[in-house]
Design a protein around this ligand. Structure first.
Ligand code: NAD
Ligand code: TDX
Length: 347
């Protein structure tokens, strides 16, 4: 199977690249990634052992020429991870979110339609459903889309475009919507890696509002296994929710991280709330479980403790991000400056 993966140098995309290469000897992957601030080739350092089964191409999913040149190679499936993914950044300025999350998805869809690509898989999020009250049942695929942040609105727009290309042109499309991921290689702007890395350096831990917002956590490896099933067995035109029934208020997670690192709770600083802050997300993943036979394997406490250990053991990785040094990795790899599109197999 030939895959075109977009955004494969980010957190979930890079974990997915390894999952697929490790699981299937007959899978080869072209990885199209723009290397924004969130894309990091260091996430893929170990991919060299897979030789020409992984090919990295630097480029923008919103660039029709770039996208068509790769899609004309006729991959069996296009899996679209590429996105601007951080809610706080979308609140500051949402231009890049419109460019990548909406326009980029449209460019990919048009190219897939033109070259009759057998399947398009859109990696979406629970945030498109909006917010739940504490006593509401978890989101089902039939819930109304009701996004509250510019990020969520851009992802919801992309989902609607994908749906429309299925309905209008009969394209084979599947959408997955997952809850909050955690695990190795998550950019340290998101709650869990930010809190771990700040705590390790005795920096303040900024908790928004009252800290009682609830998120439903899933280990990135469980998410990758669910996407794998959706690619191979998902029914065309369907949406699949993914979640591991692990709801916790933010403050509990933050306190657990501090306890695990033997740090004082006095590092917690309650700060001004995020505007439009969704109170609670929770996913009903019964369709994924019953139809595709998926189930999460990683227990949350165990997965969180392993993740804390991973950040302790990989301080160089996140220090290079915090210092900005990781942005030089591309030049070290290619011996040329950032800016142009480039292509190289990982061997
Ligand atoms: P991330 O921010 O870590 O990675 C995004 C990747 O996309 C980066 O490598 C970046 O360089 C690349 N990218 C950005 N703009 C691009 C463009 N125009 N062209 C090509 N590449 C571009 O994000 P993530 O957390 O790995 O999320 C991946 C996907 O999963 C996103 O679509 C996100 O909406 C979705 N998702 C994330 C979570 C989560 O908890 N992180 C949960 C559910 C769904
Ligand atoms: O410094 C912080 N302090 C804080 O209290 C940060 C960064 C976050 N928070 C809170 C806000 C949320 O209630 O923690 C919770 C999680 O925040 P994020 O890590 O920013 O994630 P969230 O906004 O829930 O969105 C995430 O899940 C769905 C991902 O970033 C999205 O890409 C994904 O689609």
């Amino acid at each position: 199977m030939k895959l075109l993966v977009t955004g494969g140098c980010g957190f979930i995309g890079s974990n997915f690249v390894f999952h697929m290469l490790e699981s299937y000897p007959d899978v080869s992957i072209v990885n199209l990634d723009l290397l924004t601030y969130a894309g990091n080739l260091e996430n893929l350092q170990d991919v060299t052992s897979y030789g020409e089964r992984h090919r990295f191409v630097r480029g923008d999913i919103s660039d029709p020429d770039m996208v068509c040149s790769l899609i004309s190679e006729k991959p069996d499936v296009v899996v679209n991870f590429a996105a601007e993914s951080h809610v706080d950044r979308s609140i500051m300025d949402c231009c890049a979110f419109i460019h990548t999350n909406i326009r980029g998805t449209q460019v990919l869809l048009d190219a897939c339609r033109q070259y009759k690509i057998p399947r398009f898989v859109q990696i979406s999020t629970d945030e498109v459903y909006g917010s739940l009250a504490l006593d509401d049942p978890p989101f089902c695929e039939t819930n109304q889309i009701c996004p509250n942040s510019p990020y969520a609105a851009s992802k919801a727009s992309a989902d609607l475009l994908v749906r429309s290309y299925h309905k209008t042109y009969g394209m084979d499309c599947v959408i997955t919507r997952c809850s909050n991921n955690y695990g190795p290689y998550q950019f340290p702007e998101k709650l869990i890696p930010l809190m771990i890395t700040n705590a390790l350096h005795d920096f303040q831990l900024p908790v928004y509002g009252d800290g009682l917002n609830v998120r439903d956590w899933i280990h990135v490896q469980d998410h990758c296994r669910a996407i794998d099933l959706a690619i191979r067995k998902g029914r065309t035109g369907e949406v699949y929710n993914i979640g591991a029934d692990s709801e916790f208020p933010n403050i509990e997670i933050v306190k657990h991280i501090l306890d695990r690192l033997s740090k004082s709770h006095s590092l917690i600083t309650f700060v001004k709330d995020r505007p439009g802050h969704d109170r609670r997300y929770a996913m009903n993943a019964a369709k994924m479980r019953n139809e595709l036979g998926w189930q999460p394997l990683v227990d949350f406490r165990e997965g969180l403790n392993q993740t804390i250990s991973w950040y302790i053991e990989h301080e160089m990785w996140w220090q290079r991000i915090k210092s900005g040094q990781y942005l030089n990795y591309y030049e070290e790899w290619y011996g040329s400056s950032l800016g142009g599109a480039a292509t190289k197999t990982s061997s």
